[in-house]
Design a protein around this ligand. Structure first.
Ligand code: GDP
Length: 449
């Protein structure tokens, strides 16, 4: 049986109320020893009770205590939550009393780990909880909530179910060929199923990568020739959004120099000329360097001048942008038009100095990274690098099956690869798992979660 754990579940600091969470089979008996309200013992589940936490005869705090009986709780164990006053000292005192009365201090993530081990949530949902705790933007929390809600998990389960269907069919065909009423499994049929699986897995991979950018930030570079208005534009974006600009001393070429939180998007600006620019020092990025930066970036903001013609350098850079996420920002639209924009794509016309259409840039970025789509429920997002790595393995395993089918492998050989894919899908949601991995995963949570 699990021991009973306790931890402060709210952020530590000065505040009106803190919550201490206790989970385990002794949760109620421990609290009964410390709580003045004797009605608690016989109280119903999911009820809240007023009273004092006592240290002998001494009142430690006036509290509200929630009683939640197993299994309808987060950990599926008996849970008590104590609302204490004061952020630090009283709460710590109550926690100390709990620890000296039979609780053990919870390890980071241990409540969530118990929820997982007791079958309340699967691994993907647990990772969602972690993401939710760490979400920096609304879109990141939306994605996490989707994951906690089990949407991604049920998608993986569906893929697994489909595979079981094929596997069962192969088994019957191999082992009971005498049954005529069983549908014959043909190479063509497996190919069709693999094509479908491949499409779905790749959709999850690409949306997860996209989601990753939304969660951790989009590596962004602003390029363009001197005087097109890069720094004016950056200042405008920064000023308007009250961005967090964190200049890192002695940055190297590929380090992040500023983080700009723009609506729901985190833009990590890399090596951006203009951030450190002073009045008398005009830093500009040469073409060669721009081309290198394009390779490293997830998003390129190319700034051009509405009031001047395209140069050969501009054209060189433009030709490198095919297949990248980029926005062609045509600045100085308050002046006369001299640029030939007939071949330009992904354009936004702005004026940094006159503050015209800066929002247009944000809209374009949202469009590029499918931000609107995340708001809908059709987003197949798995947040962890762990899941993504497994999905890539699955994608490769599907290729193996396909090449096996092309090369005339027998059904029993194909079956081995299919079982492998089925297992890998299980690993994502934690249906086959290693203890070490579980410990590692949950240790990344905070105490009390
Ligand atoms: P950078 O070298 O690309 O960083 O360009 P700056 O931001 O330093 O801008 C170069 C010059 O263009 C400055 O004199 C700005 O005031 C001016 N400028 C920037 N944006 C605009 C704009 O939208 N309209 C006009 N008319 N001038 C602008």
């Amino acid at each position: 049986m699990n021991d009973t754990i306790a931890a402060i579940a709210t952020a530590q600091g000065v505040g009106a109320i803190s919550i201490i969470r206790v989970s385990g089979s002794e949760a109620f008996s421990i609290i009964e020893k410390l709580f003045s309200n004797k009605k608690f013992v016989a109280a119903d589940s999911h009820t809240i009770h007023y009273g004092y936490i006592l240290d002998g005869d001494e009142i430690v705090d006036e509290v509200l205590v929630t009683k939640m009986c197993a299994p309808k709780t987060f950990t599926m164990e008996d849970i008590v939550e104590i609302n204490t006053h004061d952020g630090i000292s009283t709460t710590n005192k109550v926690l100390e009393l709990l620890l000296s009365t039979g609780c053990r201090l919870a390890e980071p993530g241990e409540f969530t780990k118990r929820a997982f081990l007791n079958g309340r949530i699967d691994l993907v949902e647990a990772e969602g909880v972690m993401d939710l705790i760490n979400a920096k933007t609304e879109s990141a929390s939306k994605m996490a909530i989707n994951q906690v809600g089990g949407k991604a998990s049920s998608l993986i389960r569906d893929l697994r179910d489909n595979l079981v269907g094929i596997l069962a069919n192969i088994e019957v065909n191999l082992n009971y060929p005498e049954y005529d009423d069983i549908e014959d499994i043909t190479v063509e049929k497996i190919k069709v199923s693999m094509g479908d699986l491949d499409k779905k897995v790749n959709k999850i991979i690409s949306e997860s990568k996209n989601g990753e950018l939304l969660k951790n930030g989009i590596k962004t570079v602003i390029i363009g020739k001197p005087n097109v208005g890069k720094s004016s534009l950056l200042n405008n974006l920064i000023g308007e959004e009250k961005a967090i600009v964190t200049e890192i001393q002695g940055t190297t070429r590929d380090s992040v120099e500023a983080t700009l939180i723009m609506d729901n998007l985190i833009l990590n600006l890399i090596d951006t000329a203009g951030i450190r620019k002073t009045d008398d020092l005009v830093e500009s990025i040469g073409v060669e360097k721009s081309l290198r930066l394009i390779d490293e970036a997830d998003l390129v903001l190319l700034v051009l001048d509405y009031n001047s013609e395209l140069t050969s350098d501009d054209k060189k850079i433009l030709s490198k942008l095919d297949g990248k996420n980029y926005i062609t920002i045509i600045n100085k639209c308050d002046l006369d038009k001299k640029i030939d924009d007939s071949d330009l794509k992904n354009t936004v016309y702005v004026s940094a100095s006159e503050n015209i259409n800066i929002d247009g840039i944000k809209e374009k970025v949202k469009e590029l990274f499918n931000l609107e789509q995340i708001e809908t429920s059709d987003y197949n997002y798995l947040s962890s690098a762990r899941s993504l790595a497994i999905l890539n393995q699955i994608s490769n395993a599907i290729k193996e099956v396909n090449s096996g089918l092309e090369n005339g492998f027998t059904l029993d050989m194909i079956e081995i690869d299919l079982k492998n894919i089925w297992n890998l899908l299980g690993t994502i949601i934690g249906e086959s798992y290693e203890d070490e991995l579980i410990d590692e995963l949950f240790s990344r949570f905070c105490v009390g979660k």
